[in-house]
Design a binder for this molecule. Structure first.
Ligand SMILES: Cc1cc2nc3c(=O)[nH]c(=O)nc-3n(C[C@H](O)[C@H](O)[C@H](O)COP(=O)(O)OP(=O)(O)OC[C@H]3O[C@@H](n4cnc5c(N)ncnc54)[C@H](O)[C@@H]3O)c2cc1C
Length: 280
């Protein structure tokens, strides 16, 4: 196996053009599992960890840009956690400290599992994915990026460079249910973003469909009942109906991790909890 170690994104793009079947490698926490189980045998690897720009983030008045190679550990605390508490909450649920030190959003997007913990957050934040290729940079809304289970709209010669998020003001959080508290893949997850800047509440669901699902009907229903430019009302009946509508958006299946019925129930419980948490 040939391992290429570029030190700039331009060099990585050129290497990918010259080696179109090469596997891009960020933290390796998904890829090395595939290799260890003989599910993939890449002839060439393009390791992205030595590209400084991919491991940087910026927070400014026009928005937040997170390099595809920023590890979860950098999202758990500090400026990124202050700017995007839901992302911090999701990052804290990923694997173990070792996995969070290596794993990245770029890798979560590259794998595109419906159970990927970063993805509901990107969906609820209306994030855009910036892709770099020999043709320049293409920006794709998250809703158009993930197209199915482990499928996305990245072209084979594109490298995920970063994600962009518009500034938000208001409560945001992420909650997940798994079979135990740590080192666990989501059975169901919810990201709740109350954005007072755009007077909206946005809710995205993980692990309950082939892609991350936005609970649009619940979002619209709530928009007709509350003034989302202000603090949301601590109304239990409203929270219950909102959560019921959120759960009705889920498209869960029975599999080795859980049943569809439990997953839908978990989504309802998490959505109600997050709504009420946002009002305090
Ligand atoms: C023990 C363990 C526990 C885990 N727990 C969780 C968990 O709780 N939640 C969760 O969401 N995930 C979990 N994972 C999965 C994994 O850690 C995450 O999906 C992580 O985000 C992958 O990032 P990475 O940088 O390691 O990806 P890599 O393994 O480097 O890459 C993954 C895929 O993305 C592609 N890729 C990587 N970077 C780019 C790029 N810049 N542009 C284009 N394609 C790219 C690769 O080619 C590959 O196909 C776990 C994994 C392990 C081994």
């Amino acid at each position: 196996m040939t391992v290429h170690v570029p030190t700039s994104l331009d060099e990585a793009v050129q290497l990918l053009v010259a080696n179109p079947t090469a596997r891009l490698l960020s933290g390796g926490t998904d890829t090395m599992v595939e290799v260890n189980f003989n599910r993939t045998k890449p002839e060439a690897v393009i390791a992205l960890r030595r590209i400084p720009s991919l491991r940087e983030y910026s927070i400014g008045p026009d928005g937040i840009v997170i390099g595809a190679g920023v590890p979860y550990a950098s999202m758990e605390t500090g400026p990124l956690a202050q700017a995007l508490p839901a992302l911090a909450a999701a990052a804290r649920t990923v694997g173990s400290p070792q996995i969070r030190a290596a794993g990245t959003l770029g890798g979560n997007l590259g794998t595109c599992s419906p159970a990927g913990d970063g993805l509901p957050v990107l969906s609820a934040l209306n994030a855009s994915i910036n892709l770099r290729s020999p043709r320049g940079t293409r920006t794709v809304p998250f809703a158009e990026f993930m197209t199915g289970v482990k499928r996305n709209s990245r072209a084979t010669d594109e490298i995920i460079e970063s994600v962009s998020v518009a500034p938000t003001t208001g409560f945001q959080d992420y909650a997940k249910v798994g079979v135990r508290n740590a080192m666990v893949i989501s059975v169901a997850s919810v990201c709740f973003v109350h954005d007072r800047n755009t007077s909206s509440v946005r809710v995205a669901l993980g692990a309950v469909g082939p892609t991350i699902i936005r609970a649009r009907e619940a979002e619209d229903w709530l928009a007709g009942r509350v003034d989302a430019s202000k603090q949301l009302p601590p109304d239990g009946a409203l929270a219950t109906e909102f959560a019921r509508l959120v759960a009705s958006a889920a498209r869960p299946i029975d599999d080795h991790r859980s049943t569809a019925a439990y997953r839908r129930h978990a989504i309802e419980v998490l959505a109600r909890r997050l709504y009420l948490r946002s009002t305090t």
